[in-house]
Design a protein around this ligand. Structure first.
Ligand SMILES: [Zn+2]
Length: 177
């Protein structure tokens, strides 16, 4: 337990550091909020705790990871939008979602400027961490083994997002000339 607690504390400080050095590491992320202080939506820890569920807080604010195959969003492929559970920003759309068989909702492309990235060196790995560019909430990681056209796999925590089904689908598309 002691080891795990230390691990968690280390991970948290690693994240703070990652945010602090982000400008040097993510110059290709246009519009992405580079540092913790620069996110448009900012709340105190207490405020986040009051508006998020325990699981959402754990992932978004504490860099946690939900257990694989536990998110209902993993199995959803209906047309719609995936919004940040913390600040409601549109992050992904259903037309970029694919089945990665990892147990986490996966996308090959985020909405433009919706997310930012940092280098994550926790757990003895170097990974690219993905967060909401609006509130800084941790969403997941991106890996370079995704499908075409981007080759990217945005491996997201379903609990960090809300799925909003598309409701204005055309009633009878075949009648369109
Ligand atoms: Zn957000």
């Amino acid at each position: 337990m002691v080891t795990r607690r230390h691990f968690a504390a280390g991970a948290v400080s690693a994240i703070s550091m990652a945010y602090a050095v982000a400008p040097a590491l993510s110059s290709d992320q246009q519009g992405a909020a580079p540092s913790k202080g620069a996110f448009p939506v900012q709340k105190s820890d207490q405020e986040w705790k009051s508006i998020l569920t325990k699981e959402q807080y754990y992932v978004l604010r504490q860099h946690g990871t939900e257990r694989a195959f536990t998110s209902p969003l993993d199995k959803i492929y209906a047309p719609g939008e995936y919004r940040c559970a913390g600040c409601d920003t549109l992050l992904f759309t259903s037309d970029t979602k694919f089945d990665s068989r990892t147990g986490w909702p996966s996308f090959f492309k985020p909405v433009e400027n919706a997310v930012g990235t940092t280098t994550d060196r926790s757990f003895f790995m170097v990974r690219t961490e993905v967060h909401c560019a609006t509130c800084g909430g941790h969403l997941g990681h991106v890996f370079p083994d995704g499908p075409k056209p981007t080759g990217q796999r945005y491996c997201m925590n379903g609990v960090a997002m809300k799925f909003v089904p598309k409701t204005d689908a055309p009633a009878s598309p075949e009648n369109k000339s």
